[in-house]
Each structure stands twice: as structure tokens, then as C-alpha cells.
Design a protein around this ligand. Sequence first.
Ligand code: M6R
Length: 613
Amino acid sequence: MCGIVGYIGNRSAIPVLMDGLKKLEYRGYDSAGVAYINGNGLEIKKTKGRIEDLHKILPFPLPECKIGVGHTRWATHGEPSDRNAHPHACGGVVVVHNGIIENYQQLRSRLTSEGHEFSSETDTEVIPRLISSHMEKGNTFEESMKKAVSDLRGSYALGIMSGNCPGKLFAIRNGSPLVIGVGQNEYFFASDIPAFLQFTNKFIFLEDGQICMLSRDDITVENLGPNGSSKKARQSSGAKVVEISWTPEMAEKDGFDYFMLKEMYEQPRTVRDTMSEWLDNPPKMLDSLGLTPKMVLGLRRLHIAACGTSYHAGLVAKYIIEALAHIPVDVEIASEFRYRDQLIDKNNLFISITQSGETADTLAAQREASKKGAFTLSICNVVGSTASREADSVLYTRAGPEIGVASTKAFTAQLAALCLIAIALGMKRGRLIAAEAETLINQLKKMPSLIEKALASGKHVKDIVGRIKGSRSMLYLGRGINYPIALEGALKLKEISYIHAEGYPAGEMKHGPIALIERGLPVVVIAPMDNLFEKTLSNIEEVKARGGKVIVVTDEPGLRTKADEVIEVPPAHPALSPFLNVIPLQLMAFWSGVLNGTDVDKPRNLAKSVTVE
Ligand code: M6R
């Protein structure tokens, strides 16, 4: 999705903005632009293409300026083109926007009838034109901006600046992520924290309906009301500043060629960090999350909603929580959750799982559950994100910034958090006996080193991928708790390498997908040595009998004689095997992407965080 940045301070603004945009590249984009105010007034440079293309059209030497805004555009309204690129301007007012203005057609007609001639197909262009229109009617720039915003419907994070007001920047939030970076006599705004981590680790998280006015020495935050009214926010002077523990290095490649590769190899640490605080006493974690013993004992059902990879983590959790805590768990794709009548009440716990904490559908599901009276807990990776602020309670995954669009380390960190919850609920509800809890906890303590061993298959996986290069389709099969891992393997492959892939429960093969199997079709089978092993073995035979090329992920070396390729992972407790089985599948997707020449960290059409419905 689009990324916006803004800067005001004593540094040269253009390099700061360009660097911020570079850090937001992972969000996905097709064009980029900046606007700045220098001695000649307001200037805008924008182009279709990458940040490098924007660099090429900047003046040399760079103009001296201390204020500016920037944008990376992920096309929604209008094709990727120079004219649709942001910033958009009218009457000296420039706007960068992330989100969607739902009533833009209506506003566009109104403005056209007033004589405005639009130069782009975007929904965004109505905003500077609306501001101008209000100014033409005698309102000041600030009044006009607030009035314009009250005309908008939809979701937006806006950065606004005017050539006639060169000492001020404005940031407005409604439904799309926006953070304010607080420096020494300098301020920043951005769609996401990594944009300015190298300058500050202090951030203010704006609420929906707030406007922040940034000058070199101060910021103020106001709550916007109807018809352009506004009231100073309670937190305004000395607004609540949150210190982030992420370092700039965490958002760098650190010697790896790709963020995805770096992030996969970070997993031993990120899983350890996520669990370390609570592993010796999981039930204590429930207390600290505000889940009182009475609530835990009274829980009748647990609802999990999430999207994509986070949804797959939720599916794994269903197996673990139902087995250890004996509570029925419903897991639903967040974009479906609010469109049916959910039977949720105050005896239910709702868990949202989200790396970014900004996924629009997941937020909507969480709000819906909250409205119905459920206690909402968010498993989230980004401190201060919307999901974390709106939930009744948050359990943070400690994965650090995840920049690669394909989620890897966030997934295993989510599994770690969910395992802690399952064990804690099981213990508190008296369903998990102490010895079994101890076995699981001991195994979880070893998980970082087991993941390290699983990662050692990297070179072998790369060779296998080389041997199946050219395949345009793949099947992923798993059973029980590893069925969601088959789904996750297929999702990873699709998004990174653009190869068609399906994840299926192995037992469902005979009900249709087996028709797809033909000579040479690569079929990845997850076959841990658990109670379903023999059944999975039969599925392997069925695939082989039809000429499929079987690639097995297993902890059973004996499978070498049965499969075309074997990827060994260390043995694990059956409830924890997904942690290890997912690793070769991540590596497989990664190497397929690299060998197919795709942009692995920024695959086509995708955005890291999906902030619109
Ligand atoms: O930030 P979230 O965890 O809410 O994001 C959910 C999905 O958009 C995300 O997992 C997506 O599916 C990834 N690209 C998968 O690798």
C-alpha cells in the first residue's frame, strides 16, 4: 500500500525524505514523488517507477530545503503513471495520501462544476482541490484543510503542506496508519516506524480523527470534529511519546542480499525473544494480560481472526489450544468475520493475530468482537499499532521489524506466542497436567536451536529447487496440525515465485486434487513421525503411483527410499512440529523466487500491510 513521509527540521529535507521512502519500499509501490519548499517556493518531483527513477529527476545539486513530504504510490484509482503519482497539488497546497477516498466521485463532480480541471485519475486529487476551494471562499489554509477533511469519506493518512505556510507540516489520520517521529528540534511523520528509525526511536501514534501540526520546535495534536471544527487533544502538548526498542540496524539487511533471507535466519532469536519473559511461568502471562482466573475458567469459546500468514498461525493454534486447554476455537479469515452474524459474547475470548497491527480487515474483526462484548487480545508485532492500541490487551511478538513482504519470522513468533497462550490456558483450567506442561516448556526452550538445525537445510533446499525449476504448479499436503503448514508453504511459494500452488489436507486428495497429479508435478508432503504418519505414507504412495515428484519434509530418515527428495528436520513434540516443518517451506519459496528472478522482498502486486478493505 502507499507510503507517506514528511519532515521538518534543520536537516536537508530531500535526502531525509528519499531515505524514508526507501525504507517504506517494502510496502509495495509503482511510483514515487516528493514535494519541498525552498527559496523558489514549492516544488514537486514525481514519476512512475522506483525510488531510483525519482532520484534521476531530482535537481542537482539538491535544493537546500528543510521541509517536505514524500510518497510511494500503490495504484488503486488510475494506472501507475507520472500524472497519477503523488504529491497532488492545487493553489500551492500539496497532499500525499495513503488510503481510499470513497466519495471522491461525488466530490470530483462538485469541484468540476466549480471549474476545477483535474489532472489525474486519482481519488487523492480531490483533497488539495477541496482545500483550495474552501480557501477561495475566504477561509484560511488551516480552516480550509479541516473543512476539506470533514467532507471526506473513507480511510486516509494525509501529509499536507502549503507553499504559503512554509514553516508548518500537517499530518491527519483516519483509518490508515500514521506515526509521528519526535527528534531534537525536528519532527517526522510516516506510514511506518522504520522510515525514520535512524533519526529517532520516539514516536507518537495518532488516533483516528486527529490532526497533528508540526513545526520545527513543536507539535500539537487536535481532534477533528464535524464541519471543520477541532479541539486540542488531551495529550496535545507533550503528546504521549512511545520509545521503541527497535534499532536502525534491525531494519537493515545486515549483510544478507534479501530481507526475507535475513528474517528467516533470525527466527531462532525471534522465537526465543517472544517466549523468554513467560516461558518459566506461562500462567503468570495470563494475569499480566488481564485475563483473570474467573474469566479463564468461564471461557466457553475462543475466536481467532487474521489474514494470510497470520491466519495460518491461527489455524495451527486451534489444534494446540483445543488439545491443551479443551476450549473450542473458531478461526476465521478476518475479511469474512464481520460479514456474518457472529455468535460471540462476554464469555468468549477474541484473538486477533497481526504482524503489522494495521491490517484493515483484522482491525474490523477485532472491533466487531469488541462490540459484541468479547475480551479482545491482539497478538501483534508492532508496538503502538492500531490493533495493539484498540485491543483490551496485547501480547507482543518480539520479531523486530519485518520488512520482507513474505511473512516468515513473524509467523514463527506468532506460533511461539500462541503456544504460550495454549499452555497457560491449559494449566489455569486444570486440563494440562504438570508433567506434560513441563515437557512442552522444555521443548519450547530448545526450539531456537532446533530451528537453527532446520535452517541448516538451506543449501539442500536450494538444490532441490534447482531440480524442479520450470514447474508451473505445485501441491502441498499435510495432515492435522501440519495441514495449516501446507497452506502456508503454498502461500509463500505463490507470493514470492508466482508459481501456482495449492495447500491441501493430505486426506482430501482423493476428493478432487489427485486429478492434478501428472508426471513430474512436484508435491511437497509434510510427514512428521506422529500418529498420522502411516496415513501420510499412503498419500505419498498415491502421488508416486501417478508420477508425481514427491518432496518430503520429515523427521524420519527412513523416508529416503519412498520419496524423490527428502528434507530432514529435527524431531519435535507433535504439537510443536509446525515450527520446524515451516522452515524448509519458507526456504523453498525463497529460492524459487530467486531462481525465477522475481523481486523476492517486494513481489508484484503485493503490499506488506494491507490497510484498505
Ligand atoms: O500484518 P498482518 O499479519 O495482519 O498481515 C496479514 C497478511 O497480509 C500477511 O500475512 C500476508 O499474507 C503476507 N504477505 C504473507 O506472507
